[in-house]
Design a binder for this molecule. Sequence first.
Ligand code: FUB
Length: 449
Amino acid sequence: MNLKKYFTLAIIFTVSAFTVWAQNPVIRDQFSADPTARVFNGKVYVFPSHDIPAPPNKNLRENWFCMPDYHVFSSENLSDWTDHGVIVSQNKVPWVDSTSYSMWAPDCIERNGKYYFYFPANKNVAGPNGRKGFGIGVAIADKPEGPYVPQENAIDGIFGIDPNVLIDKDGQAYLYYSMGNIYVAKLKENMTELASKPVAIDNLPTKGMKEGPFVFERNGKYYLTFPHVENKTERLEYAMGDSPEGPFTMTGVIMDESETGCWTNHHSMIEYNNQWYLFYHHNDYSPHFDKNRSVCIDSLFFNADGTIQKVIPTKRGVGLTAANEKIQLDRYSDKSENVKIVFNDTTNTFAGWKTVLENKDAWISYNAVNFEKKNTAKVVVNARALNGGKVELRIDAADGPVLAEISVPEGSEMTVSKTKISKVKPGIHNLFVVAANNNPVEIDWISFE
Ligand code: FUB
């Protein structure tokens, strides 16, 4: 990347300290990966790692991860996310090699009103074995948003990545991490020192990379979930057991390998307002370079016997979208074959996508739109159609009532137009947009007034 482009991207990344979004990916102005979600004080917090395009002249490994710091994000409705800014940076941790851009997958957990943020990074001095390698450190805060104060040194006795902490019902904390195997060790009450030697967890697949453990307890069962390369790239798998240290039994697959080739996946799970969610990542904004990833969320369901149903990744994601927001149809729930989703601007993928309805009867649906107001009267559409186009807006089903017949004026520019709609009952509705003739139509967003 040339310098000008690098600095333009750097400006885009730094000016947006406070923004809101919905749909997948949920973080839409910067790359984000390895999401650990936690519920603190009734809100959902996501602690992801932060991918960036490699800055020039830093002598970094080519085509590799480049991760300088961590942000934390929060949301009450899973649709609108607030970026609380950088909480820990490679330049400000005494034990981290500040030139390594190696701040990989983190975790955060609360104990007695303090928030303990665990993160791996390359050390700046070699250990007793002469290797610099990955250490795992802790930064501590009084609030989930920070400020976080990093400990002087990494946790003694660990060479590894992808820390994850579980506090069991009896108050004992366990630290899991990976380095070839997945390891577990007890933590002392102070949460910053080991209380037992790390032990490799048995009975997990021995062939193919495993990393990124995330352990949780539900109805007395312990779930050890982790990415594993069974075939070519990582898929999310899990094992179940009766205690935090196992033994665990391999049980199934939570999410299959990515269809478009993101080599890594990394995840966490939470229950929030009586629904379980899977947080994971995919390289949506960087289709040609899978080390620039983005956090996504989908709903997760358990079977009656406690096993986990496979999650099929969606663009729509979770949460409601308010009818008066810009509804990005390209983050669809479902669509017909003759609908394509393409970037608005291939040189700046953060400008998002648009929906192309290629010919008659092409359709796309977008679920869970919240029509709060009684008097919604118009649909606003930002679209273009080289030869002029016509689409129908239907509600609740592909053959449901027609809310509006929308004419898209002939032209080569995206143009905003408004069309009257028939009455909508206040509440949550699914939308369907259907091409009414053979002229291709490109839609950036729709909204209601
Ligand atoms: O993000 C860097 C590494 O890629 C993480 O630590 C792994 O879990 C994988 O997602």
